[in-house]
Write a protein that binds this ligand. Structure first.
Ligand code: NAP
Length: 284
C-alpha cells in the first residue's frame, strides 16, 4: 500500500528566489520522510482567499515569505506568541482544522548566535540594531526576550524605529540613521552586540558604509545578510578580532520548527546542509 506524501511549501510573490525548498528537501531526504515541499507563487489579488481556504490547498502547513507575513497573521485561527508580538507569521500549520501560525525568525536569529558565538547565551547588556524593517522587528523582540537592553535602533525612516519602541515597550531607543550618532553608540564601552538588518551590502544593493574600528574587541557582530555569505561588515569585524557571524545560520534555524510541525521529526542543522546552501549561493 502506498501512502500519500505529506505536503508543505513556501508561499510568496515572487517566490523563485526562496532557499526554503533546498533546506526542507535536504532534511526530507536525510530523515527518509515521505514528504514534498514546493514553492507557491500566489498573486496579491488571490493571497487572502488562498489563506482563508488553506485547508483546501492539501498542504499540512507552509512558510510564508515577503510580502505576505502580515496577510498570514490576519488569517490565523490560533496565533502563537512570537507571531502575536510581531503581527506577522512566517510558519503556518493545520491542527484539528484550525490554522495555526507563529514567527520563527527571532528564534532562528538567536539559535544562529548560540551555535556560532562562544558563550553567546551568557551575553546581555546593550545592543545596536541597524534597520527597523520586518526582520529587525523579529530580532529586537528576540533580543528583548533574551534580556538585552537598552536596544538602540537606528533607521533611515526613524518613524519605523519609533513604532517598534512603542509596540514593544521597555528599553528600546530609536535613533536617526546618522553616522555621528551611530559612531557614538559603536564606541560606547557598554555595547555588547551590533546587529545589521538592512538590505545594504546585499548582492545587487548599495554598500553599507559603516566604520566599526571604534568597537571594543569583545562586541559580537552579526549581519542578517547571507548573499554574499560574508558581508564587508562581517569581514571587517573578523579582521579586527570581533566575534562575528553572517545570516545563513538564521535562515537554516528559522526553518526547523516548521519542518517539525509538518513532517513530525526535528531536523538538526549540520555541515552538509550549510555546504549545499553555500554551493548554491556561490553559483548564483
Ligand atoms: P524590509 O522590511 O524591507 O526592511 C528593509 C530595511 O532596510 C529597512 O530598515 C530599510 O530602511 C533599510 N534600507 C533599505 N534600503 C536602505 C538604504 N538605501 N539606506 C538605509 N537603509 C535602507 O526587509 P527585511 O525583511 O527586514 O529584510 C532586511 C534584510 O534582512 C534583507 O537583506 C534580508 O535578506 C535579510 N533577512 C535575512 C534573514 C535570514 O534568515 N538570514 C531573514 C529575514 C531577512 P527604511 O525603513 O528607511 O526603508
Amino acid at each position: 500500500m502506498t501512502t500519500e506524501p505529506i505536503r508543505a511549501g513556501v508561499i510568496g510573490w515572487p517566490v523563485g528566489h526562496s532557499r526554503s525548498p533546498r533546506i526542507h528537501g535536504h532534511w526530507l531526504g536525510e530523515l527518509g520522510i515521505n514528504g514534498i515541499y514546493d514553492r507557491f507563487a500566489v498573486p496579491p489579488d488571490r493571497i487572502d482567499a488562498f489563506l482563508a481556504e488553506f485547508e483546501k490547498s492539501g498542504l499540512k502547513g507552509a512558510n510564508v515569505t515577503i510580502p505576505y507575513k502580515e496577510n498570514a497573521f490576519r488569517a490565523l485561527d490560533v496565533v502563537h506568541p512570537a507571531a502575536k508580538a510581531l503581527g506577522a507569521a512566517n510558519t503556518l500549520w493545520l491542527e484539528d482544522g484550525m490554522l495555526h501560525g507563529d514567527n520563527t525568525d527571532g528564534a532562528g536569529f538567536i539559535a544562529n548566535l548560540d551555535q556560532n558565538i562562544t558563550e553567546f547565551s551568557e551575553l546581555s547588556g546593550s545592543a545596536l540594531v541597524l534597520g527597523a524593517g520586518g526582520a529587525a522587528r523579529a530580532v529586537i523582540h528576540a533580543l528583548k526576550e533574551r534580556g538585552f537592553g537598552p536596544i538602540h535602533v537606528a533607521n533611515r525612516t526613524v518613524a519605523k524605529a519609533e513604532a517598534i519602541a512603542e509596540s514593544f515597550g521597555g528599553e528600546i531607543l530609536p535613533m536617526e540613521w546618522n553616522n555621528e550618532a551611530i559612531q557614538r553608540i559603536i564606541s560606547d564601552p557598554t555595547l555588547s552586540l551590533l546587529v545589521h538588518t538592512t538590505s545594504l551590502g546585499m548582492k545587487g544593493q548599495p554598500p553599507l558604509e559603516l566604520g566599526i574600528s571604534g568597537l571594543d574587541p569583545r562586541v559580537v557582530v552579526t549581519d542578517l545578510i547571507y548573499a554574499p555569505l560574508e558581508t564587508d561588515l562581517i569581514k571587517q569585524a573578523k579582521q579586527q578580532g570581533n566575534p562575528a557571524v553572517g545570516g545563513l545560520g538564521m535562515l537554516i534555524h528559522q526553518a526547523v520548527p516548521g519542518f517539525e510541525r509538518w513532517f513530525g521529526a526535528r531536523p538538526v542543522p549540520d555541515e552538509a546542509l550549510t555546504g549545499l546552501l553555500v554551493a548554491d549561493l556561490e553559483k548564483s
